[in-house]
Design a protein around this ligand. Structure first.
Ligand code: GDP
Length: 592
């Protein structure tokens, strides 16, 4: 925010959110003056509390300023890109995530790789669990130059997709573990869909080949049936037979990891300020907030000032995956860092800031942007329909869940047939069973909607969908399901007008005024605004529905009264108040 230099110009640029203190500084008045102005508008705000642009601009106007919104740029999401010249780009180790069905041996495989591939001098060093580790792999081209591979130590697609839903793709390559005696199972299919949705290359590790019941050929055939064609069958997915128990095939698996990484030409510029992703974090009782990060670009040094999501701090110490102190961490290196002021979340981006003040401001701003970002990432069928009508969207991603395999296949092919020249319907994941948290994460990460046929949404999925704003639609009639998606694809779906409750006020006393009666109330939750839509409830039943015609605090007219405050409320065309009535204030919103 900047106050115009020219005397008398009195114009001011304000961001989308601003604290009372910042607003007072921008306008050159005391915070008390701002608080008074806000109170006139019925808003009780403390000095460090934020208000939205509209409110701040109104206050500025009353104090004789002309406010303008700050340009949308300059947010945390739009940090300056350091120009990385092609010549600065150096090869970096691949970052690998292991996925697969429960009990197929993901953890055993990660352990076996860790045990067999520590460098001799490190043998005996206690490996710390920091969420990721690096191993040295013999280089077939040059035995003197072993290469590094980074493994993320939290196996499974849930964590992988939860990170993607937060906007982070750390993984370069997925190792899909399939037990040779068990074959493809539901979570194997899920892992395949999650990997495809992320567009990450895959290597299959057919595990437990030491068992007499092992049948690797059956696994390969099953993979072909779900569209994963292994090299042996003419496809491009390497499939390696391994045993985490006897360690057979592990070297071969790692060499293939290196080959796939080579094809992907993974490179980063190590000589620039670091940027990476938090993969694990915790509050250590003696060391304070600790975060394991994987650096993706640049090099992180001790003493760097960093922002990680809503946390910031100065890197006081760094440790590698063996718990040894390190001074710096380059691309693809996992490091545990100490010195943050708060605990960041897995999936948060970490980057180096110029100084402490900037870091603190960016962390605060990130906190405010987080909730909005979740909303803007969300996709609803109505919104997609509107975008399609406006020619902005070419794809509709769908996650399909149905009660039985039979209906699943029928719905899937009907949906895919809706694809036309303009819009493609992609069923990115289809499975029998209830809608769960993992489906919601995949939807959030892939901008998809979830359609269910004769299924329920599990509580975890429901909670997550509310946080991530994912659109879940349940149907009992196939025809209606198809018709809704068809309408969306044609851009014909009407936007839904949804009702949002703002707050409730209980009537405690009734006052006679000129022209009628008003209710003396206590706001019990949320807020009530003048001119807001409102209904009167008596014993839980609605007896009147119109709007708030007058709102007073003591004798003053106010715009808003919040939770815990008393006020006088008049409702249009209604005055038959009784004590105990409840006024429900609400507004409507267009979804989509
Ligand atoms: P996860 O759930 O995928 O992480 O699977 P685990 O690594 O916990 O392994 C599940 C079970 O399979 C354990 O009892 C392991 O000992 C066993 N297991 C894992 N890999 C192998 C293998 O290569 N051969 C045999 N025979 N058993 C294995």
């Amino acid at each position: 925010m900047t106050q115009a230099d020219a005397p008398g110009a009195r114009s001011v640029t304000l961001p989308r959110h601003i604290t009372v203190r910042e607003l007072s500084e921008a306008l050159g008045v005391t915070p008390v003056d701002i608080i008074k102005e806000l109170m006139k508008r019925g808003v009780m705000a403390a000095i460090n509390q934020s208000v939205e642009y509209e409110m701040a601009a109104g206050v500025a106007k009353d104090l004789g300023f002309e406010a303008e919104p700050e340009a949308a740029s300059g947010g945390v999401g739009e940090r300056m890109e350091h120009g990385d010249e092609a010549a600065d780009m150096k090869p970096r180790p691949p970052v690998v995530t292991v996925m697969g069905h429960v009990d197929h041996g993901k953890t055993s495989l990660l352990d076996a790789i860790r045990q067999t591939n520590v460098v001799a001098s490190e043998a005996g060093a206690i490996t710390q669990h920091i969420g990721a580790y690096q191993v040295m792999v013999p280089n077939p081209d040059d035995p003197k130059q072993p290469k590094k591979v980074t493994f993320i130590d939290t196996p499974g697609h849930e964590a992988f997709t939860a990170m993607r839903a937060r906007g982070a793709t750390v993984t370069d390559l997925v190792v899909l573990v399939v037990a040779a005696d068990d074959g493809l199972m539901p979570q194997t299919r899920e892992a395949i869909d999650h990997t495809k949705a992320a567009g990450v290359p895959m290597i299959v590790a057919i595990n437990k080949v030491d068992l007499p019941a092992a049948d690797p050929t059956r696994v390969k055939t099953q993979l072909t049936e779900v569209g994963v064609v292994v090299e042996e069958y003419g496809g491009d997915v390497p499939a390696i037979e391994v045993s985490a128990k006897t360690k057979q095939g592990l070297d071969d698996l790692l060499v293939n990891v290196l080959l796939v990484a080579e094809i992907a030409e993974l490179k980063a510029n190590p000589d620039r300020p670091a940027e990476g992703t938090v993969i694990e974090s915790e509050k250590d009782p003696s060391r304070g907030p600790m975060a394991t990060v994987i650096i993706q670009k640049g090099t992180l040094h001790i003493g760097n000032i960093v922002v990680a999501g809503e946390a910031w701090g100065k890197v006081k110490a760094m440790f590698d995956d063996k718990g040894r102190r390190i001074k710096e961490a380059g691309p693809s290196t996992p490091a545990e860092i100490m010195g943050l002021e708060a605990v960041p979340k897995a999936g948060d981006v970490i980057f180096v800031a110029d100084d402490e003040r900037t870091a603190r401001d960016m962390a605060e701003q990130r906190g405010r942007e987080d909730a909005e970002a979740a909303q803007s990432r969300a996709v609803t069928l109505e919104a997609v329909s509107g975008d399609i009508a406006a020619g902005r969207v070419k794809d509709l991603n769908v996650i399909l869940k149905a009660d039985v395999q039979g209906s699943l296949e029928a719905i899937r092919s009907s949906l895919e047939r809706l694809s036309g020249q303009e819009v493609r319907v992609n069923v990115i994941h289809a499975a029998a069973g209830n809608i769960n948290e993992s489906d919601v994460m995949l939807a959030a990460a892939s901008k998809a909607i979830i359609v269910g046929f004769n299924v329920k949404t599990e509580p975890g999925g429901r909670n997550q969908s509310e946080i991530a704003g994912v659109d879940i639609r349940n149907y009992r009639i196939i025809y209606e399901l198809i018709e809704d998606v068809e309408k969306a694809v044609k851009g014909l779906m009407e936007p839904v007008i949804a009702e949002v409750t703002d707050g409730h006020a209980e009537v405690r006393a009734i006052f006679r005024v000129r022209g009628g009666r008003i209710a003396g109330c206590m706001v019990q939750d949320g807020f009530v605004r003048r001119n807001s839509l409102a209904r009167v409830l008596r014993g839980g039943e609605m007896i009147h529905d119109s709007r708030v015609s007058s709102l007073k605090r003591f004798t003053e007219d106010v715009r808003e009264v919040t939770n815990g405050l008393e006020c006088g409320i008049g409702v249009e065309k209604f005055d038959k108040w009784e004590e105990g009535d409840v006024i429900e204030a609400y507004h409507t919103e267009q979804r989509g």
